[in-house]
Design a protein around this ligand. Structure first.
Ligand code: SF4
Length: 384
């Protein structure tokens, strides 16, 4: 009963298949396994059917996010069945935000129209870079032309379109980055995410960096480019509402906002994560084990973590700091003892004197200088 969900307002669906494996990727993603797509689809739907809990099904879904992997490779003859299965579990209404991740170069003829008919109303396009040689070096098989063609096609069908870029990719000069961002500002988009490159252990990129066959740009350069990007995007009307996320007013990602506000969400699919307010759990990450677990209705969970009171406070501080709306100080202090409250207030005053945060109307915000040392600020605020 601990894994009970009171309601189902935010759902994540994982589609793990990719046509290639980018060499920086540490997501639950599988390349060259198209022959398992049909079986995966059947298991995914079965997992939803098995998820039979006594929550209030009359409340429509607020957000659905279909991520991957590369969801744009979901076969068009199977996708309607997946949506029908989910709609039987929880209704959608015209306010439900339905995001679908798309990689350029993977969109079949007629796909955009079908996605729209199914209720998808937001696309998140993985651009990452517009420099073809850099993408090829990362084993990402897409080109600038793929991106442009896709955006031309989406224009008349979707009004809410987001694009992702990665800052700090090897081989992208300062001028090239600036030109890419300026170019993106001419696109029909409402949202842009800019992530710093993370070099995850055991990825091919990690070994190349270690062997020095790939040289990353210096951190200082990436940080300067981040500041430049924040300012430039702001001047085009894309305001920063979270560390890596910029939107035109009213086009913020409501699904991600639910994560940052620590709302409960249910994930379906390989390696998908869920949170019910008290426990976080993750589904099995091995494809064969996932199939068996769904079929047997046993052993689906790979990891279960109970969130302690201390973690709740850490999450409130860290997630709040990343957002433009900042940390609700009262909300954090209510979890602390008197001594911890005192510690927090003193540290907040000290960080403000360092120019890293500002405090206003009961909220605490990162300053531009604080944004790039967000982790250190959060660690400082948390009582020992
Ligand atoms: S397309 Fe995305 S999920 Fe797939 S391998 Fe590349 S980075 Fe990973």
């Amino acid at each position: 009963m601990s894994y009970y969900f009171k309601n189902l307002e935010h759902v994540y669906i994982h589609w793990p298949f990719c046509p290639y494996k980018c060499n920086y990727c540490d997501f639950v993603a599988i390349a060259s396994h198209e022959n398992f797509m049909q079986q995966y689809h059947t298991s995914l739907c079965q997992e939803m059917i098995n998820f039979d809990q006594n929550f209030d099904i009359n409340r429509p879904l607020k957000t659905l996010y279909i991520g991957g992997g590369t969801p744009s490779t979901y076969p068009l003859d199977l996708l309607p069945d997946m949506f029908a299965t989910l709609r039987k579990l929880v209704p959608f209404d015209d306010q439900t935000e339905v995001t679908f991740e798309v990689n350029p170069g993977t969109v079949a003829d007629g796909a955009l129209e079908l996605w729209k008919d199914l209720g998808i109303n937001r696309l998140s396009i993985g651009v990452q870079s517009l420099k073809d040689s850099v993408l090829q070096g990362l084993n990402r098989h897409q080109t600038q032309i793929d991106v442009i063609h896709l955006l031309q096609k989406t224009k008349s069908i979707f009004t809410n379109v987001s694009v992702d870029f990665i800052i700090g990719l090897p081989g992208v000069s300062v001028d090239e980055w600036k030109a890419m961002i300026i170019q993106a500002m001419s696109w029909p988009i409402t949202h842009i995410s800019v992530y710093f490159l993370m070099v995850h252990e055991k990825t091919p990129l990690y070994f190349k960096v270690k062997q020095k066959s790939v040289i990353l740009p210096p951190d200082d350069q990436s940080i300067d480019l981040y500041y430049w990007t924040v300012e430039t995007l702001g001047s085009y009307g894309f305001y920063r509402y979270e560390l890596s996320n910029f939107a035109k007013k009213g086009f913020e990602s409501r699904h991600n906002q639910a994560y940052w506000d620590r709302k409960s969400y249910k994930g379906f699919g390989l390696g998908a994560c869920s949170f019910n307010g008290r426990f976080r759990f993750q589904n099995n990450k091995n494809l064969r084990n996932y199939f068996t677990a769904v079929a047997n209705q046993e052993g689906l969970l790979h990891e279960v973590e109970e969130i302690t009171a201390q973690q709740v406070s850490i999450e409130k501080i860290m997630l709040g700091l990343r957002q433009a709306q900042g940390v609700d100080v009262e909300n954090v202090l209510q979890d602390f003892s008197l001594a911890q409250q005192q510690y927090f207030k003193e540290k907040a005053d000290w960080l403000e004197r360092q120019g890293l945060i500002k405090q206003e109307h009961g909220r605490l915000f990162l300053t531009p200088q604080g944004y790039v040392v967000e982790n250190e600020v959060a660690v400082n605020l948390f009582p020992e």
